[in-house]
Ligand binder design. Sequence first.
Ligand SMILES: [Zn+2]
Length: 547
Amino acid sequence: MHDLVIRNALLVDGLGSPPRRGDLAVSEGKIAEIGSSGKGREEIDAAGLALMPGIIDNHTHYDAQITWDPWASPSPALGVTTAVIGNCGFTIAPCRESDRELVMRNLTQVEGMSLAALRAGIRWDFESLPEYLDMLERRGAALNIACFAGHSSIRTYVMGKAASERAANDEEIFLMRKILLEALQAGAVGLSTTTSPAHNGEGGLPMPSRLADEAELRALVGCLREAGRGVFMLTKGGQTRIAFLESLAADSARPVVIAALLHSSTNPNAVFEDLERIKEANDRGHRLLGAVSCCPLAMEFTLHAPYVLEGLESWKPALPLKGEAFKKKLREKEFRNAIRAELSRPAHFRLFNGEWDKVQVVESQRTIAELAAGRDPLDTMLDLALEEDLDTVFNALLLNSDEDAVGKMLRHPCSLVSLSDAGAHLTFFNDAGFGLHLLGHWVRELGVLTLAEAVRRLTSHPAAVFGIGERGALRPGYRADLLLFDPAKIGRGPVKRTFDLPAGEPRLTAQAVGVHGVWVNGTRIVGPSGERASERLPGELLRRFSA
Ligand SMILES: [Zn+2]
């Protein structure tokens, strides 16, 4: 007798095989039988529904949230059964007690997390990364978690405030390597970092990893070779060359995941040039992947925290300023002229590109291009915000809105479907439902991917890249991480604003459409109507990754 049998489902195995109808049985948290099956203590008739392995979300930032919310809301309800946390180098461990405030302020600036929520919410029962992992394991989670060792955190731990100011010396690199090797031994999934100018911390200072030189990166990635496992993930600034990253992949013999390949309508070829170089590297036998997104990148923001603009070189003088000094800067003519000049120059990658017809004032639903009516659009936006004491809410469609281009990226042999950024930018956007969007929009509505291929890209593909064993496929003996859904309805619902963070702080949350059940290690965590179905926390902290 099996614990559970799901009957008559369209089985999409995650390996790219043609879907077929059949039963799937679960016993003791694992997939026991596929095709036809004996009886189960619980039986579900899934006629008309499809069953796939749970989604592996490889780009999240739940490091802080998971310490107060073991459900990592809203990801499990959106079909995610495994989340990789600690991307871009922004972990909360290791962290000395004296650095906690700095780390929280950095996260507030760089990932748009509310400082009040972080202060009220984070459980600081750890100092080192191994201690953090032990804490997560002790406290449990609804879904499986894999955690990166984050470059910026390790840097701050070793260098203190100097981490945001200068390159590391040999002794500091030696200490960082030691910490990284211990983290890998304790079960970190790899090393994450960023060189992106969009990543600024408290007071507008660059996030620590941005101060690393190539020698430091090479020394740290070398730890992956020593450990014989782990992924190197990096969010790439325009100055970081793919050839350099290829040399790191060659030296370490480990996969390199390059984020964030988002399509820009103002420089439409840039991502394809990157993907072409990545493909050439693969042809030479090196494992590089371009992290792409299946969601258009839109952000809601006010000028109180204009992440959208903070990656601009010309915005730098405003970055450390607050209150009246900040407003005064926004009024300055030279400041505005510098922004206009920068936006008129082409850039390889830039979050905001002056597409004023895609920036909307949320309250009036009118675009800046419309409101400007012949005036300068930057002046129009800044003057409007200044008149309203910076409270004006804008929505900017920034990147990834050209569906022909994004479709090509999603089909590219060297791309990795990624970049939900779940757990971060909580008031700007919420793409935690990226997997459902891939299945609904790109498979059903546009036919850009087959169902089998889309499911593969959400499951066995990331499992293989990250060395996550026994997951990501419907196979006997594999863990029963499952998503039951209606292929005719699957998708993501509207994003909503709620005030359920610690200290009553706001965030955007997303809902599922067409999800009929989610299981993690054989335990049902999401019921037939999308409701929470368990009091237990069946997720595992993943510590062992294949070579
Ligand atoms: Zn990130």
